[in-house]
Design a protein around this ligand. Sequence first.
Ligand SMILES: *Cc1c(COP(=O)(O)O)cnc(C)c1O
Length: 410
Amino acid sequence: MGLRTQTGRTGDNATKEKARTRLTPIYLDNAATTPTDPRVVEAMLPYFASRYGNPASRTHAFGWEAEEAVQIAREQVAALIGADAKEIVWTSGATEANNLALKGALAAYGNRGDHLVTTRVEHPAVLDAAARLERSGSRVSYLPVDREGRVSPESVAAAIDDGTVLVSVIHGNNETGVIQDLPAISKVCREKKVLFHTDATQSVGKVELSVEDLGVDYLSMSGHKFYGPKGVGALYIARRRPRLRLVPSLDGGGHEGGFRSGTLNVPGIVGMGKAATLAAEEMPTESERLRDWLSRLETALVTEKVIRNTPLEGRLPTILNLSFPGVDGDALLLGLREVAVSSGSACASASLEPSHVLLALGRTAAEARGALRLSLGRFNVEEDVERAIVMIRAAVEELCRAQQRLRNES
Ligand SMILES: *Cc1c(COP(=O)(O)O)cnc(C)c1O
């Protein structure tokens, strides 16, 4: 299964070898996206050219076949999070699921109020949806976090007022890997009778979780973060009485119980279902293996000067975020051509702004700029970890030496 750097020699040309190595760096950016598992691809293939029916076609076998495949996938995804298949609404990914939850709930429960409570450490798909709501007249509170990136349930309780409709708190953080105490936060929400949404895109399929234990009303997830295809995700909407409402963003044929119109992405949905089943099966061994390797990276890379942005406990098995003070993260990335990693968040790294998440943890702009996010996945091998350690250490030392020279010269 070939996602690792190819080391086999095809010729004796050293430059060619080097170029080839550069083309296939070690992939340690699984928080940005994961490769689609070949077993997922295989499950999807028939749904392109042979079983191509539209699940909304109720009048013939082509439609029934597609509808059955979608139903199986719905059950598979529901099983992964301890939900009922009827509680799953397909979307194009977690960005859409987050937008639908936030905007849909604020619009549907306008009679209750106009206030959203969220945190400073959310993914842009939540923060930018919240900013849009603010521009259209909603009130939004952005909760601070402690130095490990945790939101306290007390701060959630304090932020809720008479007009609060929804609280939205990320589960596993995409930049630092910290896991929020959602059971405690949802308890507050239940007591105060406000709705609770979580963006669980990084934790679904990586750690055991159930919507009952978390106590959430809405939960967002995305196929491509757990070895499924890109462009498909889901929003869990708790089914209780009275049924939770959401104003849809897309109007049309009334698919997905009216929550999300549009012809379903059948191959993608089948793939996400298969990915959910594989994640459930492999989670015990996989998470243990990755947790082990993450500690190894940590032990090898954390020196006196390095700042941990990922806590030691209560974290995902996949993400390690470290700041190398005095080292510019972007310069570090340039020196790390053979390891694919991210400086801060992938979404923010197109801009030169320091990560909002790291700033919220109390890091300085310089510390945030010196951050490196390493994220492991199913297809990494032990050798990737060992080689990444050597290469990252070398790149950091090289930069420190260069900066020392600069200082000496001036
Ligand atoms: C990747 C990610 C998203 C966006 O998911 P898409 O399916 O790519 O839209 C949202 N939230 C978190 C925490 C993520 O990691």
